[in-house]
Design a protein around this ligand. Structure first.
Ligand code: NDP
Length: 287
């Protein structure tokens, strides 16, 4: 039996090195997914369900969460529950984490993925909107991390932060959104250093995503962006894989995001002009 278990450890290590994951790595793991009622978060919930994880899903819309949780159980989740509420409410992040603590007594993976509504247009001078968006897209991520950290330290677990190319290199018409995503990089990349210095064995994976074909994203930007969006199902799986493999960053789709980041470092002005010319500016009507 010992030989068999050494063999399976070897297989797991080989799969990890090759960038594959052994789906059994998530069996029975306790995972929180935020923004799980639609888009990439919903798809992550379905993948995790097939991998037989325990799921706690959250977003604002209870009816949608109910449907997603039901589907997760059909797909094989070890358990699936949800808690609805808005991350604009400063007390809510702790409510979600407490729910995990009361239900499971621990936590293995925290996936932070939700975003609040913002406009895709010229910056309109509304500072209050940025304050609100920072609360939802950034401060609630920090608050959930703070609440979940004792459990994650105990399990030597993982934090997965879903960000965007807009959090690495700015583009027009998304100033409030971009600000919140840059904030995530600053905070979580600093925290990663501190975990390593303190020998805290909790991984932090920052996911840098390009354009993905979720309903909300396509509705918001397709009139002004020429690119074809990448599939949300594959994107969701790549995010989970990177978290399990405890990678520092995911770049998805890898070639597009990789070249963008390379150009940002070696030819920033050229990249900026490429970005501006890729927009159908004539389709943006100032509001
Ligand atoms: P969606 O708009 O499809 O989903 C957003 C989720 O957040 C929903 O579940 C929504 O549910 C929830 N949500 C919205 N407002 C709040 C709130 N105030 N409090 C709590 N939850 C809220 O987003 P995507 O799937 O497209 O994006 C997921 C992640 O991927 C985001 O972090 C995004 O920045 C990132 N990303 C996406 C890209 C894309 O092209 N799609 C590109 C780059 C990054 P409900 O309305 O029920 O609350």
């Amino acid at each position: 039996r010992q030989e068999f278990s050494i063999q399976s450890v070897n297989v797991s290590i080989t799969l990890c090195i090759l960038g594959f994951i052994d789906t059994e790595m998530l069996r029975g793991k306790r995972v929180i997914v935020t923004g799980a009622s639609s888009g990439i978060g919903e798809q992550m919930a379905y993948h995790l369900a097939r991998m037989e994880a325990h799921l706690l899903l959250t977003a604002r819309t209870e009816a949608k969460l109910q449907k997603v949780a039901k589907r997760c159980l059909e797909l094989g989740a070890a358990s699936a529950r949800y808690v609805s509420g808005s991350m604009e409410d400063t007390a809510f992040p702790e409510v979600v984490v407490k729910e995990a603590e009361n239900t499971w007594g621990g936590l293995d993976v925290l996936i932070l993925n939700h975003i609040g509504y913002t406009y895709f247009n010229y910056f309109n001078g509304d500072v209050e909107h940025i304050r609100k968006l920072l609360e939802i897209n950034f401060l609630s991520y920090v608050a959930m991390t703070v609440s979940a950290l004792p459990m994650l330290k105990e399990s030597e677990g993982s934090i997965v932060v879903v960000s965007s190319v807009a959090g690495k290199t700015a583009a027009p018409f998304s100033a409030p959104y971009s600000a919140t995503k840059f904030a995530l990089d600053g905070f979580f990349s600093s925290l990663r250093h501190e975990f390593i210095i303190d020998k805290v064995n909790v991984s932090i994976t920052l996911c840098i995503l390009g354009y993905i074909n979720t309903e909300n994203a396509v509705r918001a930007v397709s009139h002004a962006i020429q690119d074809t969006p990448a599939p949300k199902e594959e994107c969701a799986l790549e995010i989970i894989k990177s978290g399990v493999l405890r990678r520092r960053e995911l770049h998805y789709p890898s070639r597009a995001v990789g070249s963008l980041l390379l150009l940002r470092d070696i030819a920033p002005d050229f990249l900026d002009s490429l970005i501006r010319s890729s927009y159908k500016v004539e389709n943006i009507r100032r509001t």
